[in-house]
Design a binder for this molecule. Structure first.
Ligand SMILES: Nc1ncnc2c1ncn2[C@@H]1O[C@H](COP(=O)(O)OP(=O)(O)OP(=O)(O)O)[C@@H](O)[C@H]1O
Ligand SMILES: [Mg+2]
Length: 249
């Protein structure tokens, strides 16, 4: 039996009145590296945001280690999808990473030597030490992505949510992120990653959820990452695309 570290039950989410996630049930064991895959608009980012309490569901609930999110919030880290956060204000790379420590220190508590040490180590892990004093807005997209990963690492969380961390990064950065994921896995952290490249799913992850408004399948890669499930997850979109073509034509 799977241990039920994270449980999503009967979750339905809608923007305006249109449901974008429908009756989602998930059981995620501790210590997995899980990919969430599915076509554009499948509801992947929405699922993560709802699990993080950033969106309120129409119905259903998410339970972390038998507790509601508010109770374990400090143990959860989130790297949002690229381009969804506006970093156009003057803050240095080091400050952004240090922000990962505020969860522990609280806004009014003094940042300790240990906080600073961990922030610097996290920067080192993603190879961004030389950019420490640079303004975050003066980095390339891939470099920013590395900084956000460093911030997540600095948080020393138990559960990591990452929304397409590989989006638009070069091969070297991709490799660095894969190493980070492996590192987190070794520490028995639970990592949930929205991922687009189907080819690398079995290589990078050991657990997978196929999503398309509903859960098509969820479980160990070798059981659920099948042709059949993949075509079920992606076919709805193909049908919709075909229909759109017809109307446009
Ligand atoms: N703020 C919003 N208001 C209204 N509809 C939204 C909003 N955000 C997303 N949607 C819609 O909800 C659906 C799911 O969006 P979501 O961003 O979760 O998809 P996704 O699977 O993350 O897609 P992608 O692969 O493109 O990132 C889409 O149809 C999208 O258009
Ligand atoms: Mg998304």
């Amino acid at each position: 039996m799977i241990n039920e570290y994270i449980k999503v039950e009967d979750l339905t989410v809608s923007y305006d009145l249109k449901p974008v996630l429908w009756d989602i049930d998930l059981k995620i064991p501790k210590g997995v590296l899980m990919a969430i895959i599915g076509p554009n608009g499948a509801g992947k980012s929405t699922l993560i945001k709802t699990m993080l309490g950033l969106l309120k569901p129409v119905s259903g609930e998410v339970i972390f280690n038998n507790q509601p999110y508010e109770k374990i919030q400090k143990q959860v880290s989130y790297v949002p999808q690229k381009g969804t956060v506006d970093w156009d204000f003057p803050v240095s790379v080091y400050d952004v990473v240090l922000m990962g420590r505020y969860g522990y220190a609280g806004w009014f508590k003094k940042i300790t030597k240990k906080d600073k040490k961990i922030a610097l180590e996290s920067l080192e892990k993603v190879g961004m030490t030389p950019y420490k004093n640079r303004q975050i807005s003066e980095l390339s997209g891939g470099q920013q992505q590395r900084v956000f990963l460093a911030r997540a690492l600095a948080q020393e969380a138990e559960i990591y949510f990452m929304d397409e961390p590989f989006q638009g990064v070069d091969a070297k950065t991709e490799k660095a992120i894969v190493e980070l994921l492996k590192d987190l896995k070794k520490q028995n952290k639970t990592v949930i990653v929205v991922h687009h490249d189907l080819e690398t799913v079995p290589q990078y992850f050991d657990w997978v959820t196929l999503l398309n408004v509903k859960v098509v399948a969820s479980g160990p890669i070798n059981e659920v990452f099948t042709e059949e499930n993949l075509s079920a997850a992606y076919s709805v979109n193909k049908i919709a695309a075909a229909r759109e073509k017809k109307y446009v034509g």
